[in-house]
Structures are given as structure tokens and as C-alpha cells.
Write a protein that binds this ligand. Sequence first.
Ligand SMILES: Cc1cc2nc3c(=O)[nH]c(=O)nc-3n(C[C@H](O)[C@H](O)[C@H](O)COP(=O)(O)O)c2cc1C
Length: 201
Amino acid sequence: MSNTAQTDFPINEIIADRWSPRAYADKPIEKEKLLAVLEAARWAASSYGAQPWSYIVATKDNTEEYAKLLSVLIPFNQGWAVSAPVLLLSLASTVNAEGKPNGHAVHDVGAASAQLSLEASSLGLQAHQMAGFDAEKAKEVFELPKDVEPIAAIALGYPGDPSSLPDFLKERELGVRARKPLSEIIFSGKFGTPSPLVLKY
Ligand SMILES: Cc1cc2nc3c(=O)[nH]c(=O)nc-3n(C[C@H](O)[C@H](O)[C@H](O)COP(=O)(O)O)c2cc1C
């Protein structure tokens, strides 16, 4: 199943083809593909080159670790994410090597996860990021050091058959993907004033 974005301007197909499924195929991810996806995250840019990201990874064949990661998700996300063969939790190191706060740590973790998602999409996989998890539980379960914050859980796998989902999720899975127009997000001069660049098309 694919869910390509209908873009106003042509963009790289890897970006247009990335989406967030909730139905995953009952098929493991090949080790080389999983490593490629993780490698893509590794090569993200970061403020001062601090590389503040790290990930907990759990594959379904390791039932104990998989159950541990699944247990930190909110019940709604557990309901569908359990079909994914791999679960991840992104983490941000919130202080730099000198022990000073890194104000861009969360930004950089997001960039790493975006790269992970795009690499996944290019390999026929899809990632679905989740804010719906219990951060306090994650800190405890994964013994996170005090300066490491859990940022997002991620389901990863081959997209599956939407008919396996309950009706309300099936509708969302098959619905048209939409975005705000460029005129609502690209400004010039001051916040809220659309750039002429994006008004003229
Ligand atoms: C940081 C982040 C947190 C998200 N949290 C959840 C979540 O907890 N549960 C969920 O079902 N989807 C979650 N999503 C998925 C978004 O709803 C989805 O990306 C958005 O609707 C756009 O769809 P697309 O990724 O298919 O383009 C999250 C996405 C991101 C990037």
C-alpha cells in the first residue's frame, strides 16, 4: 500500500512517498535494511555537531524487549503499533559535552528521525512517529540518565493491509493526506505575512 502526497510542486519522490501507516505487514525487516535506516539517522546534521540523538530499538523476534517498548506506548498507539515488526524510541541528550544545555537537541533528534523515515520510505518501509507514550515510564524502564529525554516512539515496518484496522482507523489510513498551503507557513517581513513568493502561484 502506498499513500503518495499530492504536492503543489514536484518534489523528490522519496519525500512524497513517505507516510505514517497504522497497518503493518506481518513481515520482519531485513537486517541490512534496518541498519541502513539507523545509519541514515546517524548522518543527520546537528548544532555544533553534537549529535544529541540516540535510539532504543526493539525487534519483534526479541519478545521481551519488544514488549518492554510496547508497554510505554499509550493504549491507542499500542493497539495499532503492535503490528509493526520494529519499535524505536528516540532520545535527546539535552546537555552538550561541557554540561551546558543544548537548546537544539530536540530539533536535531527530529532531523535524525526525519532522515530515518525517508531512508525507510526509500526501502519500501514506512515509519510512524508517536508522541503518545508515557515519558516517565520510558525513563524508568530504559534507565535513562538524568540529561537524556525520550522524544518520540517510532513504529517501523512494511505497510500492511488497511482492512486489518478498526473502521475509524481504516478511514484515516485511506484518507487523502493534506497540508496547510505554503501561504500559511512561508512568511516575509513578519510573522503571518505570506511571502510574495508563495502568493503568486
Ligand atoms: C512527533 C510526532 C508524533 C506523532 N504522534 C502520533 C501518535 O502518538 N499517534 C499517532 O497515531 N500518530 C502520531 N503521529 C503521526 C502524525 O499524526 C502524522 O505524521 C500526520 O498525521 C501526518 O501524516 P503523514 O506522516 O502520513 O504525512 C505523530 C507524528 C510525529 C511527527
